[in-house]
Design a protein around this ligand. Sequence first.
Ligand code: PBG
Length: 323
Amino acid sequence: MLQRPRRNRKSEVIRQMVQETVLQPANLIFPLFIVDGNAQKTEVNSMPGIFRHSIDHLLREVESCVKLGLKAFDLFPNIEESLKDKYATESYRENSLYLRAIKEVKQNFPEVCVVTDVAMDPYSSDGHDGIVENGEILNDETLEVLGKMALAHAHAGADIIAPSDMMDGRVGYIRQVLDDNKFTNVSIMSYAAKYASAFYGPFRDALKSAPKHGDKKSYQMNPANQREALIEARLDEAEGADFLMVKPALPYLDVIKLLHENSELPIAAYNVSGEYAMIKSAVKNGWLDEQRATMEVLLGIRRAGATSILTYHAKEVLEKGWL
Ligand code: PBG
């Protein structure tokens, strides 16, 4: 036998020597949930180990992550029902919970990277990512709201704006608004290929942001489609995106690879709430080895071509010394 692939697996040193993919703390972005009030830290039922933090706790959480070498965060707000309306006006109201959170994090930890989520759903009384009129999601009218939201985030100190709404033309629209207001240095991480997925369930519990009626299939993509992701990616790139994101990650590794091969932009992947819940529930039952399963998932997403991984596992992998 001329070729014996097992020779390259014969010792730990050689296995590491030929390892193709590596995961570093810098590849991880940690999503954090924020809630109003003081001294609040409540665990999300379907996401063991993940909490909704009031701003004081959020700052402590960021501090402990920074000590572990985790320096990029994506913030998501849990908004009281009474503050929600049809036009998501709370999303850009001065002094809102979310804007205060961005400011506080950047003031206390100027070196961290704050990614902000631009979408109407946490603030919308309809629970949709766009303005709803007679059961239809209005695209161009929604862009105006997204523009105001993105600008408010930039004023508050956001490093990267991440529109997760899937309206057509929103990357170009937001880029224009930011540039017109001299925020040329604020980046856009576009959710380019975001699928209408069952795996967002626990996240919607965390934020109480589920649609009140209908589903999101008229704007989020059909899980059966791969080629359509290229259309979305090309448009977002042409409109000025700095990163392209694929979401969820695990059922869409082919899409991550496709975008990686067809764009020079860095690719981000969102290892979403339902993917996290699957691992946690299996581990709780003693059905999976937590460290090995988690690291295999994250490495798999990297191997497919993602540079950045948004994942609820980010803190624990560093805390437990798995990296
Ligand atoms: C909504 C948004 C969702 C997630 C991030 N932004 C849910 C949705 O589209 O309904 C899901 C993230 C997760 O499941 O971890 N703009």
